[in-house]
Ligand binder design. Structure first.
Ligand code: F6R
Length: 259
């Protein structure tokens, strides 16, 4: 695991975009695992800029998103489908048929249908050759995707009940009205994420410091799902100084630049 500490969020975004663009230049048909949330927004803006100004090509790229809320149609402004189209897909030349976001349009009572969908999603990832680079944000509670604390480290794509903490964190996107915040999501599992060839986790801000500390400098535990990345052969964490502020520096793979 490599921990790259950058000055601020902008530098984190630029460095992470560089990692993604280097991969696309090396392998134009890369399979990218993507995340939503506030953290990757500027990284996506940088990729869009590279597409427009530097000819970064997404025409052979396939994408798989980590997660989606259950119950929100793709047209809902807070659905992850909507987020991805608004903030990335509609601005670049990734072919529609190569885009995969888990479907939230299932009824939680239809367990078999949900399970079948989750198996299908896993099969698609394998059919396309596996994820080359999985982008991750991290929740203040250490979640990755919607794998909340307590998620099994070997878990695969499945339905999850969202923790109260995460629902509260995300209520800001739903007029701070907890009744509107979905209770369930479909998410890739921790095992699914660990199967990716490269993991790129980005974090910025003081509110992520505790989670980053627990991810980097504490024992691996399902109580901090992100700590599972310690087991990965090629995990890169790009964090800003605020998110790194609780690290005590005993970890010996800190760098400030990848090159
Ligand atoms: C989103 C996702 C989540 C977020 C995490 C951090 O697809 O999987 O795990 O990455 O909640 O969110 P932000 O970036 O909004 O702090």
């Amino acid at each position: 695991m490599l921990v790259v500490v950058k000055k601020n969020h902008d530098e984190v975004s630029r460095e992470a975009a560089r990692v993604v663009s280097n991969m696309l230049r090396e392998k134009p048909s890369s399979i990218l695992g993507l995340a939503t949330g506030t953290t990757p927004l500027d990284l996506y803006n940088e990729l869009i800029r590279m597409y427009k100004e530097e000819g970064l090509d997404f025409s052979k790229v396939t994408t798989f998103n980590l997660d989606e809320y259950i119950g929100l149609p793709p047209s809902h402004p807070e659905s992850y489908h909507y987020f991805m189209y608004e903030n990335l897909f509609k601005h670049i030349n990734v072919p529609e048929r190569f885009i995969h976001v888990p479907s939230g349009m299932v009824d939680v009572s239809e367990v078999h249908r949900i399970n079948r969908f989750c198996e299908w999603y896993e099969e698609q990832i394998v059919r396309f050759g596996g994820i080359d680079l999985q982008l991750l944000g991290i929740g203040a509670n250490g979640h990755i995707g919607f794998n909340e604390p307590g998620s099994s480290l070997g878990s695969r794509t499945r339905i999850k009940t969202l923790s109260e903490n995460t629902r509260k964190d995300n209520s800001r996107f739903f007029d701070n009205d907890m009744d509107q915040v979905p209770k369930y999501a479909i998410t890739m599992g921790i095992g699914t994420i660990l199967d990716s060839k490269v993991i790129l986790l980005v974090a910025s801000g003081k509110n992520k410091a505790k989670a980053i500390k627990a991810t980097v400098e504490a024992p691996i535990t399902s109580q901090v799902p992100a700590s599972a990345v310690q087991m990965h052969k090629r995990a890169i964490l790009i964090v800003d100084e605020d998110a790194a502020s609780q690290l005590d520096g005993t970890y010996d793979e800190f760098v400030t630049n990848l090159e």
